[in-house]
Design a binder for this molecule. Structure first.
Ligand code: SF4
Length: 245
């Protein structure tokens, strides 16, 4: 048992190294900006070596299965790899309001949210800080983190980064925004969003499967969000067909 746990820790440390390696010529998301974030350079998401956090609080207005009695332990990351013109968190995602944090700060926030009886840790806009998330969850679990970890993202994810997240994330909650390339470009500056999103959702589903709910609270699985927009901008029916299949 001791040997098994030691091997698991070595494997996780390798995963963390691989995730940070992706930041050297950044390929953490499908933008593939190729900037050296470890040296402080910034690409589309506008975030360098350190994660920037806007807030870490129990949130009661999330999807109901994530709230329970103690709220969802949301950690809002500043910056984003999409540029949605309708973003409800514009000041955080685009203006990047927040504070630079060290990994220990993130671990402390996670543990405080668990102490406050939140039913999960909910990383909001996490795609561009996958490396920081893998490391902080690894350290938090060593300190006694037991509640589920939620990856609350826009759906514009790289398969390589998702594969590195396997075992760290319990619940994936991606958006499925559009299936029209023109809408994706016009409203989120990501022409290839439809094909990228579909592959990402399949990888997430492979890792965690259908949503599991106990006593009204999600414990594991895939939960997809879709925003219906005027004029069928998002191709809602096609998205529902894709999800159903
Ligand atoms: S994470 Fe940021 S810098 Fe890296 S590829 Fe994506 S948008 Fe570019």
């Amino acid at each position: 048992m001791f040997m098994k746990n030691a091997l698991r820790r070595v494997a996780k440390k390798k995963t963390i190294q691989s995730a940070y390696h992706l930041l050297e010529s950044c390929e953490l998301c499908p933008r593939v900006c190729k900037v050296n974030r470890l040296n402080g350079e910034k690409g589309f998401c506008g975030i360098g070596a350190k994660a920037v956090i806007s807030s870490a609080v129990p949130h009661y207005r999330e999807e109901s299965v994530l709230v329970g009695s103690g709220g969802s332990g949301t950690i809002f990351f500043a910056g984003c790899n999409l540029g949605c013109v309708f973003c409800q968190n514009y000041d955080i995602s685009q203006l990047r309001h927040g504070n630079n944090v060290e990994i220990d700060d993130v671990v402390n926030m996670i543990m405080q949210l668990q102490t406050r009886k939140c039913v999960n840790i909910n990383f909001v806009t996490p795609t561009h800080v996958v490396s920081h998330i893998i490391e902080s969850v690894f350290l938090a679990r060593k300190r006694g983190l037991t509640i589920p970890v939620v990856f609350n993202c826009g759906g514009y994810e790289s398969i390589e980064a998702l594969q590195l997240l396997e075992g760290t994330i319990d619940i994936y909650m991606p958006d499925a925004k559009y299936l029209s390339h023109d809408s994706s470009e016009e409203y989120s500056f990501a022409h290839d969003y439809p094909s990228v999103m579909k592959l990402a959702l399949l990888e997430m589903y492979k890792q965690v499967g259908d949503l599991e709910i106990k006593d009204g609270v999600a414990t594991r699985g895939l939960l997809v969000r879709h925003l219906v927009m005027p004029g069928n901008v998002a191709c809602s029916k096609e998205i529902i067909d894709f999800l159903a299949k």
